[in-house]
Design a binder for this molecule. Structure first.
Ligand code: ADP
Ligand code: MG
Length: 226
């Protein structure tokens, strides 16, 4: 019966998810294990130790991001929908991404209204961090990341834009496809999939404008909370 088929499909989806997560998380774990093992050597310089620890922390963060991005796939709605101040949420995102922006020489400009929207704060953070990180990663030099909001009657338009490498039409159309990445082994191709799922779950809409070698704008439309 169709019910049985559905059940079998669900099972397959779950086991596929499980094997993907284990596969993706194993890489950072292997890296961290290798560094910890290296640190067993007592003759390491302080500099080297610091470098190994920093890389290990980065890899653990990476494993955590991968798990979070997969989880939105398994569980696309938050446990609790709250009224969120978009301004406060963006400020929180900025705290998280500013070190990465500084490391990449990216300047951040914001112009944000006080407006409230409905959603789960962790999901929204994940979405904002994923998208702003993509922008920063697209700007090899003299980058400028802009975050603006514009309120219109019962909705707010949140624009996140960069002046980075941009995307071709084909790349734009593949955004959100699981594992689509142009970053080789550095990328997971899960960030946009998760972000788009989250925006959808908040009844939002995503519009992408991008031009090769000019930059990209993500325009997210959220209904405001009333
Ligand atoms: P990842 O960042 O791990 O590659 P994502 O799902 O976050 O995976 O992004 C998928 C791909 O979309 C990226 O590899 C990149 O090619 C493209 N992309 C996303 N955001 C941007 C951007 N702001 N500028 C240029 N390309 C982008
Ligand atoms: Mg990404």
């Amino acid at each position: 019966t169709s019910k049985r088929v559905l059940k079998a499909e669900k099972k397959e989806a779950v086991s596929h998810l499980a094997s993907s997560i284990s596969h993706e998380v194993r890489n950072p774990m292997t890296t961290v294990r290798g560094f910890l093992q290296l640190m067993l050597h007592t003759d390491l310089s302080e500099d080297k130790k610091k470098q190994f620890l920093e890389t290990s922390i980065d890899e653990i963060d990476r494993a955590n991001d991968i798990i979070c991005d997969y989880l939105t796939f398994a569980k696309p709605t938050p446990d609790q929908v709250e009224t969120l101040s978009l301004k406060e949420e963006i400020e929180r995102t900025l705290q998280i991404i500013t070190p990465l922006a500084n490391m990449n020489g990216v300047e951040i400009k914001t112009n944000i209204n006080d407006v409230t929207i409905k959603g789960g704060n962790q999901f929204l953070q994940q979405c904002l961090v994923n998208m702003t990180k993509n922008c920063i990663e697209a700007m090899p030099e003299n980058g400028q990341l802009s975050i603006d909001t514009k309120t219109e009657r019962d909705k707010v338009l949140l624009t996140i834009s960069d002046n980075g490498k941009g995307m071709s039409e084909e790349q734009i159309s593949r955004l959100g496809e699981p594992y689509f990445t142009t970053k080789g082994s550095e990328g997971t191709g899960l960030g946009m999939m998760a972000s788009m799922k989250i925006i959808e779950s908040m009844n939002g809409k995503l519009n992408v404008k991008s031009r090769l070698n000019e930059g990209t704008s993500f325009i997210i439309e959220f209904p405001t909370a009333e």
